[in-house]
Write a protein that binds this ligand. Structure first.
Ligand code: UT7
Length: 323
């Protein structure tokens, strides 16, 4: 039976750095509050000409290089993003054009912070079905474009960036399992309340636009849900906590990450944490964290990784991966 495996990883953070001290000059906040409540120290913001597909191109090229493959090899592109360049063409197709690839399927899916895990799950199925030999799986975001920079409750949290992996067929699993969930009943706790078919009129009327979030409520549901997700992932795959080498969580808040680690009785030394360097980059955060730890030598071939995410919708999901 064919499986898929991660053949290479890549990531990209735009060069403009905004520290907590910079934010102190913009809204009533403090470095101390942001660090203690979130673990975030800095975030990167895209330049005006950098869209999500531009960030994605950098990450994708790096992932292909690390896999020893080229754009000619790619026969499938799936991009998770909450901040597409345009309503259409979709960001997968725009990335495809940037890479100079033609004809292969290329599309984007929109499941907020779970975008990468959803994209990984979709690509894995195409590779396992024998239809795809080289899938580019990307999470990319320009969240700075949909943040209300006057809202201290949200603007300190988010950042821009992209991460990518290349999936190729393998005789051994690779992607052992993915578990995806969503529940729309929580949609009002975290959203961007405008869109092409519901709200551009309000935008034109000057209603301030930005991500809205009831942070504390989101926090509580996230901790509860991720705890259940970890249990489900271990149980369905017959895995014990101590078999996991690395937890690679969505990077939204250090306290949420710590609670997932506690659930696994896992010391923080076995958890990949990059939230301090880029804030919450939504769909980009897991592949960014993964690429960081692969490149600095912590994550090595043959190790067992648990990736888990939670985001707007709500959507949530995990991936159990033999790297
Ligand atoms: O990635 C998708 C999922 N999203 C998340 O996982 C985010 C989940 N939520 C969180 O990470 C946390 O809830 C936050 C970091 C957003 C907020 O932390 P919190 O400990 O839940 O704080 P809070 O919302 O309960 O607010 C506590 C206080 C409030 O003041 P009062 O009412 O106690 O006087 C806020 O007004 O902190 C105040 N506050 C701030 N103070 C300084 C809110 N934002 C700020 C700020 N600087 N930036």
């Amino acid at each position: 039976m064919t499986h898929s495996r991660i053949a290479g990883t890549g990531s990209y953070l735009p060069s403009r750095l905004v520290t907590n001290a910079d934010l102190e000059k913009m809204v009533e906040t403090s470095d101390e509050w942001i660090r203690t409540r979130t673990g975030i120290e800095r975030r990167h913001l895209a330049a005006p000409e950098e869209t999500s597909s531009v960030l994605a191109e950098h990450a994708a090229r790096r992932a292909l290089r690390s896999a020893g493959l080229t754009v000619e090899d790619v026969d499938f592109i799936v991009v998770g993003t909450t901040t597409p360049d345009l309503v259409f063409p979709n960001t997968g197709t725009l990335l495809q054009q940037r890479l100079g690839i033609h004809n292969c399927p290329a599309f984007a899916l929109e499941t907020a912070c779970s975008g990468f895990i959803y994209a990984l799950s979709v690509a894995d199925k195409f590779v396992r079905a024998g239809e795809v030999k080289c899938a580019l799986v990307v999470g990319t975001e320009c969240l700075s474009r949909i943040v209300d920079w006057n809202d201290r409750g949200t603007c300190v949290l988010f950042g821009d960036g992209a991460g990518a992996v290349v999936l190729t067929p393998s005789t051994e699993p690779g992607i052992i399992a993915t578990h995806l969930h969503s529940d729309g009943k929580y949609q009002d706790l975290l959203k961007f309340p405008f869109g092409p078919s519901s709200g551009f009129d309000q935008l034109r009327a000057g209603v301030p636009a930005g991500i809205t979030m009831q942070g504390n409520e989101v926090f509580k549901v996230a901790v509860r849900t991720l705890s259940r997700l970890v249990d489900e992932t271990l149980a369905k795959n017959g895995i014990n906590k101590d078999q996991i080498d690395w937890l690679v969580p969505h990077q939204a808040n250090l306290r949420i990450i710590q609670s997932a680690a506690d659930k696994l009785d896992m010391p923080m030394e076995k958890v990949i944490v990059t939230v301090q360097d880029h804030g919450n980059t939504s769909a980009a955060s897991i592949p960014l964290a993964l690429d960081t730890a692969v490149r600095d030598g912590r994550i090595r071939r043959g190790q067992l990784l648990l990736m888990e995410t939670f985001g707007g919708g709500f959507t949530w999901g995990s991936a159990l991966v033999r790297y």
